[in-house]
Design a binder for this molecule. Structure first.
Ligand code: ZN
Length: 262
């Protein structure tokens, strides 16, 4: 075999590994999350691409009224523009994680762009929380990593937080009804739900997000326990780092008390 052919084969193999290995790792994380949720009938609500000026405070208000704690995976550029909202989220007992700085697609950009964006996202949160990457949950934009960025995240020991159910609220074309979303969670015995708290151009789209959130919160009445993603990960047999305070377990019983008082 000629050296050129071997070099081509090597490049092809590396290219496949560049995409395939991270994909397999992230899929395994999803399966692990789903198994954990099923085991304990847990729902973990997560909100990506914020924080925003209008929608995030409304989401925090609703969660507060329901006595539920959630996870917010933020973009560094929006963290810098909405520092007060970040503080409000933390004060309310929710957790903040990183979603990069500018939502770079790690596969469809230069391999190092994903790393640089991830570092910038960590920096934005470090400035407010004082936390190191290993103490900040990281959710890759689009749920994608390349081989280099995966190695980088592993090297910095940042815990990766995927999701199991897409709320279908990111684009106008997503037409998943609130009842269909809740049914899929119910059928699967729990899950980590991905939603988005960025401000929409059309106000009614923001209302649709809130309608889905309201529908999901009804699952408390059916005995589902709501946890933050780090609380859920801390229950795994293979211990993940626990980010922030110890788990706050919110039971259906507590919800009953809360609903009576409002
Ligand atoms: Zn995103």
């Amino acid at each position: 075999m000629s050296p050129t052919f071997l070099a081509l084969c090597g490049c092809l193999l590396l290219g496949i590994l560049h995409i395939l290995l991270p994909r397999l790792v992230l899929q395994a994380r999803r399966r692990e999350l789903l198994a954990l949720c099923r085991e304990r009938r847990v729902v973990a609500l997560s909100f990506d691409d914020g924080p925003s000026h209008l929608l995030t405070p409304m989401v925090v208000d609703r969660l507060g009224r329901a006595g539920v704690f959630a996870s917010f995976f933020m973009l560094g550029e929006r963290v810098r523009a909405n520092e007060r909202t970040v503080m409000r989220i933390l004060d309310a007992g929710h957790e903040v994680g990183s979603h990069g700085a500018t939502h770079v697609h790690h596969i469809w950009s230069w391999p190092w762009d994903g790393i640089l964006d991830t570092i910038d996202g960590w920096r934005a949160l470090h400035r407010i929380t004082g936390r190191q990457p290993r103490e900040i949950l990281f959710r890759p934009p689009y749920g994608k990593l390349n081989l280099l960025s995966l190695m980088w995240v592993w090297w910095r020991r940042a815990p990766i937080a995927m999701w199991t159910h897409d709320g279908g609220d990111a684009r106008d074309s997503d037409k998943l009804a609130p009842t269909a979303l809740v049914d899929s969670i119910r059928r699967d015995g729990g899950g980590v739900v991905l939603m988005h708290d960025f401000d929409r151009v059309r106000p009614d789209e923001g209302q649709q997000v809130l309608a889905k959130l309201d529908a999901l919160l009804q699952l408390k009445r059916e005995g589902f326990t709501f946890l933050r993603v780090s609380d859920l990960l801390s229950l795994a047999p293979r211990q993940h780092p626990v980010v922030g305070p110890r788990p706050v377990i919110v039971t259906a019983e507590r919800e009953e008390v809360g609903s009576g008082s409002r």
